[in-house]
Design a protein around this ligand. Sequence first.
Ligand SMILES: [Zn+2]
Ligand SMILES: [Zn+2]
Length: 232
Amino acid sequence: MTFTSLASSSKGNSYVVSDGETTLLLDCGLTIKELQKRLGYNQAGITACLVSHEHNDHAKAVSQLLKRGVPVYMSEGTAVSHKEDMSLAKIVKAGVSFEIGKFWIYPFNVFHNTAEPLGWLIHDKRTDETLLFAIDTANMNVIAKNLDYIAIECNFQSELLEESYTPTLLTERIKKSHFELEKLITYLKKLDLSSVKKIWLMHLSSHHTNEMQILKRFSEEFPCINVEICPE
Ligand SMILES: [Zn+2]
Ligand SMILES: [Zn+2]
């Protein structure tokens, strides 16, 4: 199982998970043109797209993908809240697993300021590897076992958000809808990380994070795990 980041910030998010045969696009928050470019003009290689929620930086290209015949999976709440017609989308529900190729996918609820945002556990039945993917969430309550990979939001550092000239209302909104570094570390410490080979940190706010400080905190807390920050 491979994981690749195509784009990771409030300007746009899209990630690729592949077993070499089945290729999943996780979120498509770029214009279709930009998405094509970052996919190396190989959109035909995409088996399906999973969309976490309706915000533009995650779902911008959905209708274009649907028009091109790519199956797109999302929750009912996301479909209803999307500003475009989502009648062709495949509706999935937290707690109800489904399969695409040799991937077993388990959607779970995350905590964001949208109708029905989802995160995904993606299990490769051939290699027995599992990825936990969660983006745009203020916290997590999923305790997953036997994880090999984690791709998770690390949006801001509390002290940097407080120090910045961010309007109070926006500060409150960020706190309620995005993952803070120390909160994320507290969550990860609840998991059994003994088989985790790599953690990708996604959706960093350029104003409210310091990459060096984040990597230092991770190396202090999880010295044996390879941690990578997904670039914009
Ligand atoms: Zn976002
Ligand atoms: Zn969002």
